[in-house]
Design a protein around this ligand. Structure first.
Ligand SMILES: [Zn+2]
Length: 235
């Protein structure tokens, strides 16, 4: 394991360069951090705007690095409008993780919870049609361009590693985040990234961070997550 150092002079600045890959509904530039070689893993955060801690933790981990990864690309915030507006969905009220162009996409409202213990009675839209939201069109095009062999999508606050199979990537993430593996999240997710990836023959792992304040997330996971990324990079 390589020890990762968060030098005081670098803690405040993300030094990795970003490039645009699209435009959100409200006109925000969608940005990603490219890798220098063939992309093996795409790590993305905040497809749900109410989960900004995913962006925070990923950004904090990446601040240990001055130069891009060889084989890992990053999307720090897949739903910038949602984060800016403080909503789970994008500016059209669409749950972006139900808008992927999958065979099971459904026009039915998407039920979500206001907090983990609440009934799933908050209704969002899956979009007017599959793959119709600009954030999803751009993300799909990015994945098709990068051709990663796996995607790690960061969510919160369920506290598990959700993937159809317990692959080496899942086992590594379980070790780093000390979280249980679940085969599925327990309710149907038509139009989700996971289903889309499965249909593309692409591994997708959903990392659900536990319900923790931002600084506790960093204290617990900052270094191990940065080390995981460093070790997962094919040099
Ligand atoms: Zn989520």
């Amino acid at each position: 394991m390589t020890a990762v150092k968060f030098e005081p002079e670098h803690r405040g600045v993300l030094r990795l360069k970003t490039e645009p890959y699209g435009i959100s509904v409200l006109g925000a530039t969608l940005r990603y951090i490219p890798c220098t070689g063939p992309c093996r893993l795409l790590v993305m955060a905040a497809i749900h705007g109410e989960e900004p801690e995913t962006t925070f933790l990923l950004s904090r981990a990446l601040r240990a690095y001055a130069s891009p990864f060889k084989s890992i690309a990053f999307v720090l915030c897949a739903n910038p409008d949602g984060v800016a507006l403080g909503t789970r969905g994008n500016a059209n009220g669409v749950d972006l993780n139900r808008n992927f162009p999958t065979s099971n996409w459904a026009a039915d409202p998407v039920a979500s919870r206001s907090v983990l213990e609440a009934p799933r009675d908050t209704l969002l839209s899956p979009g007017d049609f599959k793959g119709g939201e600009p954030e999803i069109q751009a993300l799909v095009a990015l994945v098709q361009k990068l051709k990663p062999s796996a995607i790690l999508s960061m969510h919160s606050p369920i506290g598990c590693v959700d993937a159809p199979r317990q692959t080496p990537l899942v086992l590594d993430l379980q070790k780093v985040f000390r979280l249980p593996w679940v085969e599925n999240i327990g309710y149907p997710t038509p139009g989700s990234l996971g289903t889309w990836c499965m249909e593309q023959g692409l591994e997708c792992v959903t990392l659900e961070l536990p319900r923790l304040a931002l600084e506790l997330l960093f204290e617990r996971y900052g270094e191990p997550f940065a080390e995981f990324l460093e070790n997962a990079d094919i040099k």
